[in-house]
Design a protein around this ligand. Structure first.
Ligand SMILES: [Zn+2]
Length: 338
């Protein structure tokens, strides 16, 4: 049913008509009609700009593609399903639970749109296949990393400073202020609050989407900057704190904010891993225990060593910026991986 709809759209677009899901009358869900229009538009554009020699005719064997907003993984009764919008409504079909499914499906649930692309449903004989493009970081864990041969760069993630980088041997460092993030998030929060008073749920949802887009761009850029810092060294090795720790460190945050934060940190780590993989730089997790309380010079760990931004060792008198001391400890710590 879909190919005929796409073919109709191609013809109408080529005749200069403007199409929307409202004036395409095929008996399909609007999400699918929109998909048909998208495909037709691409085909007509390719034809017009010379990328395609002739206007295509879509055949009935055409796979059904479903935009990443319209499908996600879902766990039901301990089994993984793919939920998607079809012309007969929202469906959730069980999938064959291969190792890949078990590994990746937890990251493809409704809220994790970041990681999934447009799915193609293909039929071969009696079986249906789903082709799912997903975003992962490349797998460098298989390589044995000899830490002694690497230059360790410690990354301390936090709120006051969103990231502090340290390479303790050269003493090189970089601070990324958390001010901008704090400002933007407060801005969105107060916007949502005032929209809540006006009872405008749609606008609230839009604001939420805007914020996550902003966060996405911000994290992407920050990840690039972090990897660029590491690239100045010979055989760099990026060390990050294991995620659970970051979550519990944000004590002062309200519950809802904390989940957004842990998600943002998770995303940032993913972006760092992706970017680092492009340059063959390994990224490892380290045990975050007492990284912010231990003295980088003498190792003495005590809560009183740290007073907000200032680190001052009770034992040896070493003083430093607290986040920088933490980043140096992270760099010096042996990784958990492998
Ligand atoms: Zn000390």
């Amino acid at each position: 049913m879909l190919p005929s709809c796409v073919n109709e759209c191609v013809g109408r677009l080529h005749n200069g008509e403007k199409l929307s899901s409202a004036n395409v009358t095929a008996d399909l869900k609007s999400a699918i009609r929109n998909e048909a229009i998208r495909r037709a538009r691409k085909a007509v554009a390719d034809f017009k700009n010379g990328a395609a020699k002739k206007l295509p005719t879509f055949r009935s064997s055409l796979g059904i593609s479903i935009n990443n907003q319209n499908w996600n993984s879902v766990e039901k009764n301990g089994r993984w399903h793919i939920a998607f919008t079809s012309n007969t409504g929202k469906k959730a079909l069980p999938v064959h639970e291969s190792a890949d499914v078990k590994t990746f499906f937890p990251f493809l649930t409704k809220d994790n749109r970041e990681f999934r692309g447009t799915m193609a449903l293909l039929r071969k004989g009696r079986d249906w296949y789903a082709a799912i493009p997903i975003q992962t970081s490349s797998d460098l864990q298989d390589k044995t990393i000899i830490e002694a041969d690497c230059t360790s760069v410690g990354v301390d993630l936090g709120l006051r400073h969103v990231a502090v980088l340290s390479e303790p041997i050269s003493g090189k460092r970089q601070f990324f202020s958390g001010k901008e993030i704090g400002y933007i998030r407060r801005h969105f929060r107060s916007l949502r609050r005032s929209l809540g008073q006006k009872k405008a749920p749609r606008a609230i949802e839009r604001t939420g989407k805007k914020e996550s887009r902003w966060m996405n761009d911000y994290n992407r850029k920050l990840a690039n900057d972090i990897v660029d810092f590491a690239r100045q060294f010979d055989s760099p090795l990026i060390k990050l704190e294991q995620l659970d720790a970051i979550r519990t460190t944000c004590r002062s945050q309200k519950r809802a904010d904390r989940t957004i934060h842990s998600w943002a940190f998770y995303q940032l780590k993913q972006f760092i891993k992706e970017r680092a993989a492009k340059f063959g730089i390994p990224v490892v997790d380290i045990d975050p225990y007492q990284t912010s309380q231990a003295c980088f010079r003498c190792g003495h760990a005590e809560k009183a060593n740290r007073q907000k931004e200032k680190f001052s060792c009770r034992q040896c008198g070493h003083t430093n910026h607290a986040d920088l001391n933490a980043a140096a400890n992270i760099a010096a710590r042996t990784s958990l991986a492998v």
